[in-house]
Write a protein that binds this ligand. Sequence first.
Ligand code: M6R
Length: 625
Amino acid sequence: MCGIVGYVGPQGALDVVLEGLRRLEYRGYDSAGVAVLSDGELSTAKKAGKLANLEKVLAEEPLPSSTIGIGHTRWATHGGPTDRNAHPHLSADGKVAVVHNGIIENFALLRAEIEATGTEFSSETDTEVVAHLLAAVYRETPAGEGRLAEAMRAVSRRLDGAFTLVATHADEPDTLVASRRNSPLVVGIGETADGTAEYFLGSDVAAFIGHTRNALELGQDQVVELHRTRGATVTDFAGAPVEPTSYTVDWDAAAAEKGGYPWFMLKEIAEQPQAVADTLLGRLGESGELVLDEVRLSDQELRDIDKVFVVACGTAYHAGLIAKYAIEHWTRIPVEVEVASEFRYRDPVLDRSTLVVVISQSGETMDTLMALRHAREQKARVLAICNANGSTIPRESDAVLYTHAGPEVAVASTKGFLTQVVACYLVGLFLAQVRGVKYEDEIAAIVDDLRRLPEAVAKVLEQMEPVRELGRELADANTILFLGRHVGFPVALEGALKLKELAYIHAEGFAAGELKHGPIAVVDQGTPVVVVVPSPRSRNSVHGKVVSNIQEVRARGARTIVIAEEGDEDVVPFADHLIRVPRTPTLMAPVVTTVPLQVLACEIADTRGFDVDQPRNLAKSVTVE
Ligand code: M6R
């Protein structure tokens, strides 16, 4: 939530900062703003709404040229999405400009203290207290190298809550400082063609990927000073030097472009066969065994596990629900799945022999991070499934399995989800392999099934035109229901979530078996009901029951939209719309059945004229609780 950018170097700062904001806009789009420092004076421009509004303002009233600047795209928490509350915020003396992501929990107390000195506030934000405090503490800090960083450390020590702060001071034309606690921030280190050093700050690497792929990770409670000639200096909040970890970003700027698609979401849907293949790459051995060297838990630790929790939010939680079916079936270890925001507040039973699998595309979701920390405090082992390299969640986990989906820019997760599901299969099967609960040939047969998934997803994508047409027809629907059973139930939940978040249509996913216990009362003449049908070949024989459910809703006037595998003829008489998917083993069916639901939601939203990539009220990564 909220995108932050900073730059100091030889280039025109405003252009670099605006480019970074364009790439980070998916983190929040309630307002945008920039500040640049030129001839000892800070100038700002800020505007409510999307970045385009700010760009219009800048075209009419350009800012002075500068080689140091900061910028922000906002997802509002304290104070409405107005011009006044847009970041950057300035101190009363106009010397300090600050941008912030997170929530400063003791801001009311600090605000009262500052107001008591006669300072007037110009916004309702929690952030503004930092601008005033920083200016005041700077004045009292002895002049010399590192003065602004010293002031930032002193201010950071007074703040409670979660924050990434980036600040610049009118008297320090060569310095940017940033502070980080529980909110994301990465440093980019680059060099222009003539060899001049330049430094970037971003909520994630997308902010500067067009300039450099060399990045530094910042840990918790650390302050970084970026100085034009002295370079990057990192300390903890007490001032002790810290050696930061550097890494190279393994994707380039083109991966974060639309590549000719009208929406990032469409591009990301189309990338799914490759993303699934990349997530499997190097992990399926030639003799049909799994090779997960990066899971840094010893075989003994994995053998000692007697319970698994899967903890995540939103779409990642739905991936976790699918994981339960696969892990329990393959390993016979009991699995509980829980939304991260509930997990730690109900005192779950955890110990050394519990494996907690946290799933997060961004690696920065605050609820998931807090659940992870709680699990580790209780001595449980934590394995992260994550897409973003160098993010907080994998850094704080005992082990990590990266999905290799590449950057996911659209707020609605698609390739992130599919690769999370695949990573869950890998974890389940790996546990079965290490614990010896499956014969080698059984593992090898499942590995073969996994190898076929990218092709199966590609095949689904080839047949999406009728789904798009259906999406255009359903654009005026008031309610759409989704039914599924077994692994089809989480798919139904995911289909409903996609539709809600993109098309703002009331949608609900149900376990099909629950239909007659209440939900069927919602069905009326013409109500669209999407049914995810299990394979008729599945051994647990729920297929027949779901076919009966289709008839039951149809008898009450529903317009049935049936997703069924090729060759399933039982559903044909009862399907008003039939969407075919390739035959896939029961547990792996979600990888193909989810795809039409993504396409459907995208098309409905587009037909209704909504911004598919940036739905209202949402942000890509939820970094506050
Ligand atoms: O980055 P994460 O995977 O931790 O994000 C979790 C959810 O916020 C995310 O999946 C959200 O539900 C998406 N907008 C769904 O499309």
